[in-house]
Every structure is written in structure tokens, then in C-alpha cells.
Design a protein around this ligand. Structure first.
Ligand code: PMP
Length: 417
């Protein structure tokens, strides 16, 4: 009898039968508060009626109109619609199916557009599992070990991680920018650097918001040296951080924006956006793929964008994120095992440390497992697995946030006593 491969590591023992809003139900009818949202994907909640209706209608009309063979309306409409929410000037788009594929595509595009080869990423970065994306990923050796050699030409510069560096945010930014300048002077010359890739909130690497001054410093250096600033908004886009885009609050405009996850409420689609001047340097036919811009996924994405707008989900993310953050801080201050609470919008996390401040993955895992047992689905992240993150659907309300916090407090108590 065939079985699933053990390469897929299971975070919870739940066998999901159905989902509705912020809840997942198992086959015995047990209800779980889903504060994972399928790793930040089901932004409009599970099976939002508008998304379901749009997808059902499209399924009966045209499922797959391969976009480099025949064009279809859902793709054209989605492109127009994304143009309304993307930063001004990033008005040329194409589509693939996942975050990793979109990262690969952005890397190809940056190389094509600049004629340069190297890429800079930051410690703790996560950009995906395919070979190019894994080469840009430093969130943990489990992604990289045993699959090399990875792509050459990737330079890793320190992330401004104030908590881990035991520095003020301003000092961490100054340190990281100095180190980046050092890399540009010693390891990857500006003339051979195609792009710098950054997640506006470091995701899998530990849920660490990027200080605005750091993004501004990257923008200055990209302008000065002529390389491209690529914002990997795969996890942070579509309201997740309390603004529509994670980079928005810094006031900068990236050269390339990569989106996926929250775009279509669970249907696989990702988009790469850049100005015409960048896209025109890539030759026709050099990007794309069989399933890119699937018509049903496009219809679901259009409905998702409608729901985000109609239900004010960006503002809800900011408001509920603040409520969640305050509650997490309260739990954190009652437990010395929680060294830091941080995040933006509905992307919040608690970092577990030992008495001497070392990463404590074992306690984080116990808390996450206790939460699942108590009815609250959560994920861990960070290189040592010692950060427990909360990424509920953006439709979550105050009562549900409070319920999750109660379950969290009880689960942390269980894990630490
Ligand atoms: N970039 C970021 C910032 C991500 O968080 C992820 C997924 N966690 C990816 C890329 C890869 O996306 P996918 O799993 O869809 O390939």
C-alpha cells in the first residue's frame, strides 16, 4: 500500500474535512481555530462564499485557457485589477503558480534586465524550495542540506535583527547597511550585482519586521549601483501586515514585486510585477509555464480582491493584529520563556528562549503541539524552530482573537510547567 513520503513533515495531527471562515473541522466534527491560514494563504477565510461562487462559475465556463496559447478574460481582468493595487509604475505582470516559481521568475527577470548575475539576500531569508529559490534561502539548513551544489553568485548579508543582535533597531539597521556596503566592496561588485531580494517581514526566518530605514537604505543603494530591489511579498502581500503591501509603510517603491499566497484564497497562482522598462529587457517566451494564470485561479483572485476591499480586510488586519499583539505581549510578560513578541498586522509571533537567551525550539514545539491539542492551529518558524507564529485569515474578529489568546495562554502554561 502506498503511503505519503516522510519528506513531508506534519505540523499537526489534524485530518481536515472542511473549512469555514477561521475554522477547520476534522472528520469527527471537532472544530479548530486556524491561525495558520494554510501558511498565510486563506486570507478571506476558508471557503468564502464569494470566492467559492466565482470559482464555481469559472469551472463551468473555462478551466484552462493556456495563456501563451489563447488569452482569456479572467487573466486580463486580474491584470487590470492588480494594476490598481500595485505601486505606481509596476504595471507589467506575468503569472506562474507558486511563490517559489515566482521567485525563480524574478531572478531570471533581474538577470535578463540588468545583464548581471549575482543576487544579495539577508540572513534568515526564505524564498522557496526550487533550486534557484533554495539558493536564495538561508532560513534553515533543512532547505539546503544535501541538495547542492546550489546556484553560485548568491551573497548573504546580515539581516537587521535587533533582538538577536541585542541592538537597538537603529543600530541594527546601521550595522546591516555597513555590512551590505562591505559585501559590495569585497564580494559582489555593483557591476555584477543584479538584484537584492528582501521579504518586508522576514517570514520563515522568524517573523521579524524589516525596519523602514533598512528598506530605504536598500532603495538608495539599488539606485546608486543600478541593481534591482526585489520585494518578496509572497507572505506579506494582500493586507497581511496591516497595509496592503508589506513594504508600503517605508515609502519606497521596489523594482520588482513578487506575490502569491493571499492572492487567490488558496488557489495556486502567483504574479510578478515590474515596470515596462524592466520587463521589456526580457525576451518574449523566456518566462511563463503551462499552468500560469489558470482561469479558475484568476477568478478566485478577482473575488479575493473584491472581498479584501468590500470587507475592509486591510484595516481589519491592522486592528486585529494590534489586539493580537497586545494579548501576546501579556502572555509573554507572564512567561520568561518568551523572550520577544513581534510582528506586523496579522503576522505576529512569540520567540522562545532559554534562561540564558539561547533559542529554545523544544519549548516552542511543546506550546505549538499543546495549542493544536487545545483546538488552536499554529506553526513554528525561525532557524531553530523557536518562534511560534500566528497568521489567521484576515477576516478574523475580536472575539476569535480573544479565544485564540486564551487557548495560547493555556498552551504556553502547559508547555512551560
Ligand atoms: N517567499 C516567501 C516570502 C515565502 O514565505 C514562501 C513560502 N513560505 C515562498 C517564497 C515560497 O512559496 P511556495 O511555497 O508557494 O513555493
Amino acid at each position: 500500500m502506498a503511503e505519503l513520503s516522510p519528506v513531508l513533515k506534519q505540523a499537526t495531527p489534524v485530518l481536515a474535512e472542511r473549512g469555514e471562515g477561521v475554522h477547520i473541522y476534522d472528520e469527527d466534527g471537532r472544530r479548530f481555530l486556524d491561525f495558520t491560514a494554510g501558511i498565510g494563504v486563506t486570507s478571506t477565510g476558508h471557503c468564502h462564499p464569494k470566492v467559492v461562487a466565482a470559482a464555481q462559475e469559472q469551472v463551468g465556463t473555462l478551466i484552462h485557457g493556456q495563456y501563451t496559447t489563447v488569452m482569456h478574460r479572467p487573466l486580463l481582468r486580474l491584470t487590470e485589477r492588480l494594476g490598481e493595487v500595485l505601486p505606481e509604475g509596476l504595471d507589467r505582470l506575468f503569472y506562474v503558480n507558486s511563490g517559489s516559481e515566482a521567485v525563480e521568475a524574478a531572478l531570471r527577470l533581474a538577470r535578463q534586465a540588468t545583464g548581471r548575475q549575482n543576487a544579495i539576500v539577508f540572513t534568515g531569508s526564505f524564498h522557496g524550495r526550487t533550486m534557484g529559490a533554495a539558493s536564495l534561502t538561508t532560513s534553515g539548513t533543512k532547505i539546503r542540506a544535501g541538495i547542492g551544489p546550489l546556484m553560485p553568485g548568491v551573497v548573504v548579508s546580515p539581516f537587521p535583527h535587533a533582538y538577536r543582535l541585542s541592538m537597538s533597531e537603529a543600530d541594527a539597521v546601521a550595522h546591516a547597511l555597513r555590512e551590505l556596503d562591505y559585501q559590495l566592496a569585497t564580494t559582489t561588485s555593483p557591476q555584477e550585482t543584479a538584484a537584492v531580494f528582501i521579504e518586508p517581514v522576514l517570514g520563515e526566518g522568524g517573523y521579524v519586521p524589516v525596519p523602514d530605514a533598512f528598506l530605504q537604505g536598500l532603495r538608495e543603494r539599488a539606485d546608486q549601483h543600478g541593481f534591482l530591489l526585489v520585494a518578496d511579498e509572497v507572505q506579506t502581500g494582500f493586507g497581511r501586515t496591516g497595509t496592503f503591501w508589506g513594504h508600503e509603510r517605508s515609502g519606497i517603491t521596489p523594482d520588482i514585486v513578487i506575490t502569491a499566497k493571499g492572492l487567490a484564497s488558496g488557489f495556486p497562482i502567483s504574479a510578478i510585477a515590474a515596470p515596462a522598462a524592466v520587463m521589456e529587457k526580457a525576451w518574449p517566451g523566456s518566462q511563463g509555464g503551462t499552468y500560469g494564470g489558470n482561469a479558475v485561479a484568476c477568478a478566485a483572485a478577482l473575488a479575493t480582491l473584491d472581498v479584501i476591499e468590500e470587507e475592509g480586510l486591510v484595516a481589519n488586519s491592522a486592528a486585529q493584529g494590534e489586539r493580537l499583539r497586545q494579548g501576546l505581549e501579556k502572555v509573554g510578560s507572564a512567561h520568561p520563556e518568551i523572550g520577544d513578541v513581534r510582528g506586523r498586522g496579522l503576522m505576529q509571533a512569540s520567540e522562545f528562549v532559554t534562561a540564558d537567551g539561547a533559542p529554545d525550539g523544544a519549548t516552542a514545539a511543546r506550546a505549538q503541539q499543546a495549542a493544536a491539542k487545545n483546538g488552536l492551529l499554529l506553526l513554528t518558524c525561525a532557524p531553530h524552530g523557536n518562534v511560534v507564529r500566528m497568521i489567521p485569515p484576515l477576516v478574523v474578529n475580536g472575539e476569535q482573537v480573544d479565544s485564540a489568546l486564551e487557548l495560547w495562554a493555556a498552551s504556553v502554561e502547559e508547555a512551560t510547567s
